[in-house]
Structure formats: structure tokens, C-alpha cells
Design a protein around this ligand. Structure first.
Ligand SMILES: [Zn+2]
Length: 188
């Protein structure tokens, strides 16, 4: 159940919009093709590290057999600069990131595209009181009614400081100070 909000008494009044943090973010919900891309990238990064390690071993053997002490230092410098740093540096971090993304679970608590789409259909004029489709914008300290409601698309455009449009999820988040997931759940 969503209460109509009185914009003038809104406690968040005057704050600027903040980026949303998707606490229950699931990559698959947003980008189903990512699964295959991640597998491919992981194989590529792990392949690079494997190759670098194999080269290091080979290099080590060759240096041990052939190089003087001075040459050895030089060869390892070159190896680090032109081989190891290209093949390995940053890859372990990227691998850890990709593995984390792989481990996001689909549909945490029945949350997905369908719920997001339904939340976006929640009429904005039931969240904000418009007069002739105009209201004061909740995203900044709006002395005029800068927010215009487009009923057809169910979004609202701020012609004032924001200069952008908002959907029902954005507006619910702003009015209630909640994250994306909570807003979507409330707007079902
Ligand atoms: Zn605005």
C-alpha cells in the first residue's frame, strides 16, 4: 500500500538524487547473456596466467643454463615488464570480480524483470499530487512546479534543476528514502 506524499512536508526535500545501490543485484536478471561472456573472460584470464607461468618456468630454465648474473637480472626485468605485467597484472582481481558476479543468485525472493516492469506501471500520480500534471519536484528544492507528469508513459520530467525524467521507482525511492529493491517490492 502506498500513501500519497505531501511534497512540502517531505523530509528528503531539497536533497539531490543519489545513485541507487542494488543490494540484491543479480546480473542474470539484467543481462542474461552475461553468463556466457563471464565464462569466456574467465577462461581467457586464466589462460593468460597459465601461459605466463609456463613462460616463467621456461625462462627460468634457459637463464639458469645460459646466463651470467648480470644477464639474469636484465632478462628478468624484461620478462616482468613485457610478459608478466601484460599477461598477469590485474587479472587476478578481475577473476575475483567475475567469480563474484557469477555467484549472484537469480530471482532472490521472486525479484526480476517482471516485478520491475510492474513497479514502473504504478501510476506516478498516485505517489505525487499533481495539479494539471504539474508538481513540485521532490529531487531538489523546487519553488516552482517543475515536475511534469506524462501519463501515457507514466514518467515525470523535471524542467527545473534536474532536467531529466523519473519513473515511479525513482520517485518512490526519493519520497521514502528506500533502495531500488524495496521500491520495486512496494510498488507491486
Ligand atoms: Zn527536479
Amino acid at each position: 500500500m502506498v500513501e500519497k506524499n505531501n511534497l512540502i512536508n517531505n523530509k528528503q526535500y531539497g536533497e539531490t538524487p543519489q545513485p541507487v545501490s542494488h543490494t540484491a543485484f543479480c546480473l542474470e536478471d539484467y543481462m542474461p547473456e552475461a553468463k556466457a561472456i563471464i565464462v569466456e573472460k574467465l577462461a581467457e584470464y586464466r589462460g593468460d596466467i597459465f601461459l605466463a607461468e609456463a613462460l616463467e618456468k621456461k625462462m627460468s630454465d634457459v637463464i639458469y643454463m645460459n646466463a651470467t648474473k648480470e644477464q639474469e637480472t636484465l632478462w628478468w626485468l624484461l620478462f616482468d615488464k613485457y610478459i608478466w605485467s601484460k599477461l598477469v597484472d590485474g587479472k587476478e582481481k578481475n577473476i575475483a570480480r567475475l567469480v563474484r558476479l557469477q555467484n549472484t543468485k537469480k530471482g532472490g525472493g521472486g525479484f526480476g524483470d517482471a516485478e520491475i516492469a510492474r513497479a514502473k506501471e504504478y501510476p506516478i500520480d498516485e505517489l505525487i499530487e499533481f495539479r494539471n500534471k504539474n508538481a513540485r519536484c521532490p529531487f531538489h528544492n523546487d519553488s516552482h512546479a517543475s515536475l511534469y507528469y506524462y501519463q501515457k508513459n507514466n514518467n515525470a520530467y523535471c524542467f527545473g534543476a534536474c532536467g531529466r525524467s523519473f519513473d515511479s521507482i525513482d520517485i518512490y525511492q526519493m519520497l521514502n528514502g528506500v533502495d531500488f529493491i524495496s521500491a520495486v517490492k512496494a510498488l507491486q
